[in-house]
Design a protein. Structure first.
Ligand code: PLP
Length: 491
């Protein structure tokens, strides 16, 4: 046998260990120093060029040079989600245990499309843990790790459409959308853009989306939804899915999921819950009531790469009846049949989604949950929600700050609104738009922003496991300091 380690794709064992220690050191240095570095990446032009314009090497380079380029040119220009002051979007820091298992995981390099291998059994175990956490562990329920919430939603909506087509006597897989029933989907105006993209990608067009307005709490208006469904059915359309939000990305609003479940049950419509951001919010005993009804969903999309702090990327789709995913996606050509038909009834992951070969995402979910444990995870979620509620209360009680949406989970939307600017929405928008930019550059805290009914909002999402009151105090302090200066400048 030839020397397996004499090829450039391989490293001799001693070399591998020595370089592995260097790589681990680079990771450790990053984790140790991330809280001292700016959170908004702004690689200077020459760094951008040094990254973009690298010539394709004709001859391979030394491993040390490759690691060093990565550490010096790429890593310093990271988005700062490892920093406890980071409160932007729905982006969490990575759990350390997941980082550590990634290296042996990719050494294993399992092609996670087929069943009957260690990686697949671990995936089914991690899926069951998530179902248990959410109280969704009914006998036929099942799920899969996918790239993110967008793919989880797309996968669930495709299954929903397939199930509705089947009920309507339409062979979706054979005939597609040509001449298909007039399918309609229902969701609130606060729904995530991935629902729109899914509808466009599925060839149904975004005009098949019925966007229902929300109430003053940014929750879907159930009566309007009910009336529209009745009207559409009367007009010959086929409602195939209602999407409820378990935590909207703007404000964290949770729809009345129980009412949505009732409505869907009554009309025989697939009930999907988009919990990409917020599904794990149900672990907070004080907020669990908000999620009542989620356990009745036909499918749930959620993102372990959000609240669970699993490094990117990792989404998860769950279905009440796994046969619905199989009906929509299973297509096993002869060349993989024997390998995938291993004698357990869960079969192979590729039968449940579009992807065939897949990354071993279950590993980082499993190692994170194994290390953190359910109790500490519940405590983290509860702590985030509590910190957000306290922040919202401070905002409400301050005459220079204005709460722009109720805060039910970890998100707080507010603005700097000193009495001098009262009523002047245009100037308030200008001041707060400039403010978020200054805050992000300042580098102690990092909120993002959104717009609510024409009002520009600072949006703080308490999402880092280590974020505490000192970060919230720093946020309030920075908002006031920069806000006052901006309001004065605008006079
Ligand atoms: C983040 C998010 C998505 C999209 O998930 P990705 O992981 O970014 O693809 C969908 N819906 C909601 C509510 C989200 O917060």
């Amino acid at each position: 046998m030839s020397d397996r380690f004499a090829y450039p794709q391989a490293l001799p064992p001693e070399e591998f260990r020595r370089l592995g220690a260097m790589a681990l050191d680079i990771a450790a240095r990053h984790l140790e120093t991330v809280a001292d570095r700016p959170m908004r990446p702004h690689p200077p032009a020459e760094i951008q060029a040094s990254i973009l314009d690298q010539p394709l090497p004709e001859e391979g380079k030394a491993p040390e040079d490759i690691l060093s380029f990565f550490e010096t040119q790429i890593m310093p220009h990271a988005r700062g989600n490892g920093h406890p002051g980071f409160m932007g979007w729905v982006i969490s820091p990575p759990s350390h245990m997941a980082i550590l298992t990634e290296l042996p995981g990719v050494a294993m390099d399992s092609p996670c499309g087929g069943g009957g291998q260690g990686a697949t059994y671990l995936e089914w175990c991690a899926i069951r843990w998530i179902k248990e956490l959410l109280g969704y562990d009914t006998p036929d329920s099942h799920g899969l790790f996918v790239s993110g919430g967008s793919m989880a939603n797309l996968t669930a909506l495709a299954a929903a459409r397939h199930a509705a087509a089947e009920r309507a006597g339409w062979d979706m897989r054979r005939d597609g959308m040509r001449g298909a029933p007039d399918f309609k989907i229902y969701t609130s105006s606060e729904t995530h853009a991935c629902v729109t993209k899914s509808m466009e990608l599925m060839g149904m067009g975004n005009s098949a989306i019925r966007l229902i307005r929300t109430d003053s709490n940014y929750r879907i208006d159930i009566n309007e939804l009910k009336n529209l469904i009745e009207k559409d059915i009367k007009d010959g359309s086929v409602p195939f899915c209602v999407v409820g939000s378990a935590g909207t990305v703007n404000t964290g609003a949770v729809d009345d999921l129980d009412a949505l479940a009732d409505l869907c049950q009554h009309n025989g419509i697939w009930f999907h819950v988009d919990g990409a951001y917020g599904a794990f919010g149900a672990l907070d005993p004080e907020r669990a009531g908000l999620f009542q009804g989620m356990e009745r969903a036909d499918s749930i999309a959620l993102d372990p790469h959000k609240w669970l702090s699993v490094p990117f990327d990792c989404g998860c789709v769950l279905v009440r009846d796994r046969q619905n995913l199989r009906n929509c996606f299973s297509l096993t050509p002869a060349y993989i049949r024997s390998a995938s038909e291993i004698g357990d009834d869960l079969g192979s992951p590729h039968e449940y989604s579009f992807q065939l070969t897949r990354a071993f995402r279950a590993l980082k979910v499993w190692s994170t949950l194994s290390h953190v444990g359910a109790r500490a995870f519940r405590e983290t979620v509860s702590r985030h929600n509590t910190i957000a509620t306290q922040l919202a209360k401070i905002v409400e009680e301050s005459d220079d700050l204005e709460l722009l949406a109720p805060s039910s989970l970890s998100i707080v939307c507010f603005r700097y609104a000193p009495p001098a600017l009262a009523g002047d929405n245009e100037r308030l928008n200008a001041v707060n738009r400039a403010l978020v930019d200054l805050l992000q550059k300042d580098g102690r805290v990092y909120p993002s922003h959104t717009e609510l009914d024409g009002r520009f909002a600072l949006r703080a999402n308490i999402f880092h496991y280590a974020t505490d009151q000192s970060d919230v105090d720093a946020l309030l302090d920075a908002v006031r300091r920069h806000g006052e200066a901006l309001a004065r400048r605008n006079d």
